[in-house]
Design a protein around this ligand. Structure first.
Ligand code: SF4
Length: 188
């Protein structure tokens, strides 16, 4: 028989979910709390607010502007982030009190999410990257598995996004005020 005469095998769409979403979200939040986060909330990405003014605060107000590959102008622009957010429906918003702990947690949760089947998982931290003493911005990042841009470095209005979920965040009036730090893991 000529190979073109062979019967075409029946093609079936078999969708095997890799995870039960509720169990997966709960396990990610549980892990975040074990890593030292205060809490985690599953949110829809439509509730993430992005605005052009946010990167102005980096450019005119932050000493790290241009000095880290995770900060503007090296981090995703407002336009890029707007497009990226359209490619996700869900995210986990993490709340903590220490920026180093949040940066570590979002990378660990991103890895855990990927293992659960969220193959597009990507974390966004808080504040400038502190992994290397000197960040060589004329080259590429040397710790790409751990370095992640912060939400604000990508133009996300962290205050409004957090308030959309009735979580606590205030501008600091005094150095002794409790700091509320947030991280985000985009999931799909
Ligand atoms: S890991 Fe090092 S090279 Fe990469 S962004 Fe952070 S400081 Fe720069």
């Amino acid at each position: 028989m000529h190979r073109n005469d062979l019967p075409i095998p029946e093609v079936r769409n078999i969708i095997v979910p890799q995870y039960n979403p509720d169990d997966a979200y709960n396990s990610l939040i549980k892990k975040a709390v074990e890593l030292g986060c205060r809490q985690g909330v599953v949110i829809r990405t439509e509730t993430i607010v992005i605005a052009r003014w946010v990167q102005l605060k980096c450019k005119y107000g932050c000493d790290e502007y241009g000095k880290k590959l995770t900060c503007p102008p090296h981090s995703p622009s407002y336009e890029e982030m707007k497009d990226i957010l359209r490619e996700y429906h869900t995210a986990v918003l993490l709340h903590g009190h220490l920026s180093w702990q949040m940066r570590y947690s979002i990378v660990e949760i991103e890895k855990a999410a990927f293992s659960l089947g969220f193959y597009k998982a990507f974390g966004l931290g808080a504040g400038p990257c502190k992994l290397c003493e000197n960040c060589v911005t004329t080259s590429t990042c040397i710790r790409t598995a751990e370095a992640r841009p912060s939400m604000e470095a990508c133009g996300i209005d962290v205050y409004q996004t957090v308030r959309n979920h009735s979580l606590k965040i205030e501008t600091l009036k005094d150095k002794t005020d409790e700091v509320n730090i947030y991280g985000l893991i985009l999931l799909e």
